[in-house]
Design a binder for this molecule. Structure first.
Ligand code: DX5
Ligand code: ZN
Length: 223
């Protein structure tokens, strides 16, 4: 199970330190929540900040850009140039999704399609051969610290079945990543559903404990 810290709930005034704390705790898949204040009602950071984070952290960690923006198909290259290894775009925000996904892969990044809670699995099934990851939103995008939406279970099980069939037929393996409201009390259940990559924001970055201590609680829930 990959635990991917979402830095959205970290101290954004000291983002480099927060990322280094996560990497020091052994977390090497950093989930970067890019928000434009248009596709979602919040605004975070973009390529200039990501480029500085890449400089500060070096080549080691995987930078996973979750693009909650309205113009991903026009500007994904800027995120790759800034140092992102992986780009996930929202099916709801891209006009020509198949073309956008293949273009991101041709640009040298791994690629994911993201589904909001009300978006059916069928959209991802149509582009499953083109992606490395399907990102299932278990909250409505825009903010950390929200409650988990359990109705995504059905969508995840449908995807897991389709991915298993694709791999059995010699096709590309695909991670199921879940994002929003993931904590120690539900992460083992998510693994049973077929999730292999969990984004965790406020469950790791909060005032009650360090990232390492919060991670230890999550790991014990997976034992
Ligand atoms: C929400 C973001 C999530 C969020 C996760 O739009 O995409 O990555 O930061 O935070 P928690 O784990 O606190 O729900
Ligand atoms: Zn996210």
């Amino acid at each position: 199970m990959i635990i991917a810290p979402s830095v959205l709930t970290a101290d954004l005034a000291d983002l480099g330190h927060a990322c280094k704390e996560a990497v020091s705790a052994g977390l090497n898949w950093l989930h970067l929540d890019v928000m434009d204040g248009n596709f979602v009602p919040n605004l975070t950071f973009g390529p200039p900040v990501i480029a500085k984070l890449r400089k500060a952290l070096g080549k080691g960690p995987t930078f996973d850009a979750h693009l909650m923006i309205s113009n991903a198909e026009d500007c994904f290259q800027q995120y790759i140039d800034a140092g992102c290894d992986h780009i996930s775009v929202h099916a709801e925000a891209v006009t020509h999704l198949h073309r956008c996904l293949t273009a991101i892969r041709e640009a040298g990044a791994t690629v994911g399609v993201t589904l909001n809670p009300s978006t059916p699995a069928d959209i991802a099934l149509e582009v499953l051969p083109e992606v490395d990851l399907v990102l299932i939103m278990s909250v409505n995008p825009g903010f950390g610290g929200q409650s988990f939406i359990p109705t995504v279970e059905k969508k995840i099980r449908i995807l897991k079945h389709a991915i298993d069939a694709q791999v059995a037929a010699g096709g590309r393996p695909v991670q199921i990543q879940i994002d929003g409201g993931v904590k120690s009390h539900n992460i083992a259940m998510l693994r049973e559903w077929g999730v292999s990559n969990c984004v965790v924001g406020s469950g790791l970055f909060n005032d009650s404990a360090s990232v390492a201590d919060n991670l230890a609680i999550i790991h014990s829930a997976l034992e």
